[in-house]
Ligand binder design. Structure first.
Ligand code: 7RM
Length: 653
């Protein structure tokens, strides 16, 4: 890697080494050819990828059917996701992978399991039969609420094997969040575990499911995997143990022949209202994009040991812990717990012991490692690493260069990957063997992806001011809708540029003279806290559901570690006074309603909020106040301008 230019940080350019380029799955010449093909004809590019990277039971008849906002990819094509992730690696040409590690799992207490492709196939077939026995049919929704244990991957793959639609709920979500999602999806079955381990302690999951099910009467079955051996209460006739069911299950379960456009999974994500959106993905297009991007962005080779630190409960875990990686026949590492358990060097210890070659994590984690200090890293041999990746939020150039130097030893290319739950797979990224990188830029669209920055009129813009990030042409992994809400799907993503048929990503970005993308963050009322999307409205609804709260306004404030910190302005019901114990109670309440990760860092009480005469809260002003900077811009529309000064007073803190 050569540091070509310096002085101005933004101007630094890092070139992939000749050696890396030569061996890369796409070298400079192929990458160039693929980029050209993708520009000339995205359909031809993706058809080529679908043919080369996916095993189809029946070929498709037509690549794309596009009537904005509805896309169908690979029409008439038949395939099965678990067949692509498992069967094709243990039979025929790929059969040598039967005894290759599919998953290397490490529990937080230090226990490890290595599961070969042959073993994973057998477990998945058995659990497919368990699901069938419990009455699960093609198209049924199965909710998975589990810790980071191999059973989660087994359950996902089993769903795909029989054509059931999984909806994974991250293990940090509360009972209320579970029942909302279960009811929205109309799920009749939940797969969970007794609990998991985090920071040296067991936490409960089944107990939270029990609470959730009081408000989700549609659920008739709960399957419980054993992880912590803590005592749990099981409801007779409804709840069954994973191990008991697996002991009886046959290991013979042929994969169902699924249509390319059959639903594959739903994943709930935050939007600008209090109600999360069930993002729907389908089979053929999603798998094509997840598999293709895994192969060329992470440059996956058969001898790689790849580790993505994301929880499977987020989209990154779906696409880049499980589907995209296993479809390539690669070895994926799964870690159950926290990065500082038992000590701050846990990740580096894992990398050293498992000889990890590719490491994919989030900027918020990188900033945390910087704060913890380099001494934890120096203790370990990280020379096995050859490629690094980031995802989830913009990475500041200082964190990027630290990552490049201290973790990558100056020798590993960094792929900064921009994408969303909605896009299914990576959209803007460097290709490690062919794209020069600049710290802080996600660089260029992946071949076959037509991304741009535009003004309000939908015209391309370049230069520092930037514009709205849009995707101008359909792509295979794109969401096919919001579960049960066609109107919201159109309104959220498509109405803004209806005439042009562009997808509105909800991010601002600018492009530099080389066409590199610099993502500037969300333009809507969605906060990005540690790479997790949380709607301001979601937190507000949670706060207002507390008996003492009259009104709440939530904004994000830049934070050195988490990217954004949640700041809540709260007005209390008649005559009540706010104090620290109420702050605590409200934080706990938000944790209960949504999950710990959504807890406000800062709660400020006030007897009024800044509103326009029409009653709209002026968040722009609250953002200034939360940041402790002067309130700038127009305040003439405020109903009561004296509120600003009151909110700035220290006693409201
Ligand atoms: C994969 C994921 C999506 C939002 C997205 C952005 C932000 C993600 C990057 C990024 C700058 C990146 N899905 N984002 N990756 N911003 N550079 N490389 O995170 O649905 O949970 O979030 O995350 O704002 O719109 S997500």
């Amino acid at each position: 890697m050569a540091d070509l230019e310096s002085i101005l940080e933004e101007k630094r350019v890092f070139k992939p080494s000749a050696e890396f380029s030569k061996k890369a799955n796409w070298n400079k010449a192929t990458a160039k050819a693929m980029r050209e093909l993708g520009e000339k004809s995205p359909q031809r590019f993706w058809a080529k990828m679908a043919k080369e990277n996916i095993t189809w039971m029946k070929p498709w008849k037509k690549v794309l059917d596009w009537k904005a906002p509805n896309a169908k990819w690979f029409l008439g094509g038949k395939l099965n996701v678990s067949h692509n992730c498992l069967d094709r690696h243990i039979e025929g040409e790929g059969s040598w992978r039967k005894n290759k590690a599919a998953i290397i799992w490490e529990g937080e207490p230090g226990d490890t399991r290595t599961i070969t492709y042959g073993q994973l196939h057998r477990e998945v077939c058995k659990f497919s039969n368990v699901l069938k026995q419990q009455g699960v049919k093609k198209g049924d929704r199965v909710v998975l609420y589990m810790p980071m244990i191999p059973e989660l991957a087994v359950a996902m793959l089993a769903c795909t094997r029989i054509g059931a639609i999984h909806s994974i709920i991250f293990g940090g979500f509360s009972a209320t969040s579970i029942s909302d999602r279960v009811n929205d999806a109309g799920a009749k079955i939940i797969v969970t575990a007794d609990g998991g381990f985090r920071r040296g302690k067991p936490f409960g999951l089944k107990s939270i499911v029990n609470e959730a099910l009081e408000s989700a009467p549609g659920v008739k079955r709960v399957i419980v995997a054993k992880r912590t051996a803590q005592r749990v209460s099981m409801q007779v006739g409804r709840d069954l143990w994973w191990d008991d069911l697996m002991a009886e299950a046959s290991a013979n379960c042929p994969p169902a022949e699924m249509d390319a456009e059959d639903p594959l999974f739903i994943l709930y994500t935050s939007g600008t209202t209090g109600k999360p959106k069930g993002i729907l993905h389908t089979t053929g297009g999603y798998l094509t994009q997840a598999t293709t991007t895994s192969k060329y962005v992470f440059d996956l080779k058969d001898d790689d040991i790849y580790w993505c630190t994301a929880d499977i409960g987020w989209v990154t875990g779906h696409s880049y812990v499980v589907y995209g990686i296993l479809a390539n026949g690669a070895t994926t590492v799964m870690y159950e717990g926290a990065p500082n358990s038992p000590a701050e060097d846990r990740f580096w210890d894992i990398i050293e012991r498992h000889r990890i070659t590719i490491f994919y994590t989030a900027p918020t984690a990188i900033r945390t490692f910087i704060r913890w200090g380099d001494e934890h890293i120096k203790k370990h041999d990280l020379s096995s690493l050859r490629l690094l990746g980031t995802v989830g939020e913009p990475i500041n150039p200082e964190a990027w260069t630290w990552y490049q130097k201290v973790i990558g030893g100056g020798r590993c290319p960094i792929v900064d990957t921009w994408w969303q739950t909605e896009t299914g797979g990576i959209m803007i990224t460097s290709l490690p063997g062919s794209v020069n990188t600049k710290p802080g830029s996600a660089t260029l669209p992946f071949p076959g992806i037509c991304a741009d920055t535009v003004n309000e009129a939908g015209e391309s813009v370049s230069g520092k001011t930037g514009g709205l990030l849009v995707i101008k042409k359909p792509w295979p992994g794109m969401l096919r809708g919001i579960w049960g809400d066609k109107k919201r799907f159109r309104e959220t993503y498509w109405d803004k540029f209806k005439k042009q048929g562009f997808y509105l990503a909800g991010d601002g970005a600018h492009r530099d003279r080389q066409g590199y993308f610099w993502i500037m963050g969300r333009i809507d009322d969605v906060m990005n806290v540690s790479g997790h999307r949380i709607g301001t409205m979601e937190v507000e609804s949670a706060l207002v559901s507390h008996a003492k709260v009259a009104e709440a306004a939530v904004v994000g404030r830049p934070d050195a570690i988490t990217g954004t910190a949640v700041v809540a302005f709260v007005t209390l019901k008649g005559g009540l006074e706010g104090d620290n114990s109420l702050r605590d109670a409200l934080r706990k309440h938000v944790a209960k309603e949504i999950g710990s990760f959504a807890k406000p860092a800062d709660i400020r009480f006030s007897n009024a909020l800044p509103k326009t005469r029409s009653g709209k809260i002026m968040r722009r002003l609250l953002r200034n106040i939360a940041e402790g900077v002067d309130v700038v811009g127009d305040t003439t529309t405020l109903e009561d301008p004296s509120i600003i000064a009151k909110l700035q007073q220290p006693e409201t803190r």
